[in-house]
Design a protein. Sequence first.
Length: 176
Amino acid sequence: LLFVGGFAHPPNADAVLWFAREIYPRIRRKREEAGQTAPEFIVVGSKVTEEIRALEQPGNGIVIKGFVTEEELDRLYGECRIVVVPLRYGAGVKGKVVEAIYNGAPIVTTAIGAEGIPDVEDVLLMEDEPENFADAVAELYGNPDACRELCRKTQSYIRKHFSVDAAWQVIEEDFE
């Protein structure tokens, strides 16, 4: 599980703390009860606070990487099974969601995380309650076929909405 976001932005810090305290323990418990390995929760972003750094404890599955290079971020997107964006507040289009879609990652987010991104309900999972968010992540994590299907949908979505061709379609009428 991967979270990407700078921690000078308060909604990102809140999201990671909420996920680590309320959602991730439920995911670990669900996976362990099913006799399965719990995924690591990897947190990437600049300006990590002491409160967030303290989330990483031996054996708890939380890895606070902090700032990483573009190359390492690309590697993490390639290796992670799910990107989580558990935002509880914030406004506008969430760049981290668009970036995760661009990278072809299966995404579980909240309604706030998906806010401002048109027609995105078909390419990611949205849950606002901790138990439902944990259920969605645990089920998706255990279903590689569903992960592949979401990856396929994110790639189609990015071509339709965020490619150069899509941009030209938006401004085409200005040039006619």
